[in-house]
Design a protein around this ligand. Structure first.
Ligand code: MRU
Length: 361
């Protein structure tokens, strides 16, 4: 995507051809800080502190993290240890494990002296495939937005968290159809859930859409149900961090409540995902998907920009009040209208997913 006329991906190789560059997402929307990541430990910190975040992007980041590790020690012992360390950085998005498993499968069958070159080629393939998959998701989702158009009226789409180009390598999942609709002149407007506690909607989705010129309005997380009751939402599109083979969907905390409200109001609730987000080993999302529990400080404090342009973190709860911070929830398949994947759209059910991915039967 372009920012001020310059094309970016969310992750790329530095000019030296081995270190990795990322956009520090903890600094958005206030500044576009590009970080150089030169060690596997730095990459692990970038993932766990959410300088890089979003399911597909943390997969690609972990793949490049393994490349950085192998530059230092390409032995099998070190490779397995560093892979396990990267895999432990965040538990919910299955793309992280998928990318590491794909790297290991390739590298275990590669001679030690060839591992670094092989790893960089595989990480680049993972990144390029993610871009192509998201572009395809965009095309399949665009058809839904076209179909939702009514003469003389805007198409109002609600989204939660950030499933845009910075959550992937490029394009995004939920936002890819929206970018394509906007690019072809459809009158779209996006309701952007702020997405407490980390505000990925208010800070990241709003920044992305604003940079691309897409009309949008940030709303408090609790406003979506009210807007749906009043006919102000035509469809909901969200991303996901892990989908079971039965179609249950883990996504940012609060997604489930939006799905319930959409269901109650007869509003289509679509989930956009590359197939790297499907965990074919599990069926029951509520019981089997591990939900990341993050620091209570993300709930009790908020960070923002002060009038003089500096960043400040303030406490929003009384001292002594406890806080809990489950970072994701699971929306059961019965509340999901359908899935938008790189191979097309399908029902959120075992049969639906298998119709697009029959090789998983
Ligand atoms: O905790 P985050 O910001 O990494 O969570 C991200 C999300 O929940 C996204 O909706 C999901 O990863 C889909 S990204 C295309």
């Amino acid at each position: 995507m372009k920012i001020d006329g310059i094309s970016y991906r969310s992750i790329w190789l530095d000019d030296d051809g081995w270190a990795v560059r990322i956009i520090d997402q903890t600094k958005l929307p206030w500044s576009l800080d590009i970080l150089r990541i030169a060690t596997v430990d730095e990459m692990a910190v970038a993932i766990s502190t959410m300088q890089v975040r979003g399911a597909p992007l943390i997969g690609a980041s972990a793949a490049y993290g393994l490349c950085l590790a192998l530059r230092v020690d390409a032995s099998t012992d070190a490779m397995e240890r560093d892979a396990a360390m990267l895999a432990a950085t965040r538990p919910t998005a299955v793309n992280l494990k998928w990318a590491i498993d794909r790297m290991l499968e390739r590298l275990r069958n590669t001679r030690v002296e060839e591992r670094v070159a092989t790893a960089y080629a595989e990480a680049a393939a993972i990144a390029d495939e993610d871009v192509a998959q998201n572009e395809a998701i965009g095309r399949h989702g665009l058809e839904l937005i076209r179909a939702a158009q009514k003469p003389g009226q805007r198409v109002n789409i609600l989204t939660h968290c950030n499933a845009g180009w910075i959550a992937t390598v490029d394009w995004g999942t939920a936002l890819a159809p929206i970018y394509m609709a906007f690019n072809e002149g459809i009158d779209v407007h996006v309701w952007v859930d702020e997405t407490r506690p980390r505000n990925q909607g208010a800070s990241l989705t709003a920044w992305e859409l604003g940079s691309h010129g897409v009309p949008h309005t940030v709303i408090a997380d609790n406003a979506g149900g009210h807007l749906m009751q009043h006919g102000d939402v035509d469809l909901v599109i969200v991303g996901t961090d892990r989908v079971t083979r039965g179609g249950d969907v883990a996504n940012k905390i609060g997604t489930y409540l939006k799905a319930l409200a959409a269901h109650d109001n007869g509003i289509p609730f679509w989930v956009a995902l590359p197939s790297t987000t499907i965990d074919w080993t599990i069926t029951d999302g509520v019981r089997e998907i591990p939900i990341e529990e993050r620091s209570a400080a993300e709930v009790t404090r908020m960070t923002g920009q002060t009038a003089d342009g500096s960043l400040a973190t303030i406490q929003v709860t009384p001292p002594g009040s406890g806080a809990a911070n489950p970072a994701f929830d699971v929306t059961p398949a019965r509340l999901v209208t359908g899935m938008i994947t790189e191979r097309g759209r399908c029902a959120a059910s075992p049969e639906g997913l298998l119709s697009l991915f029959p090789e998983r039967a």
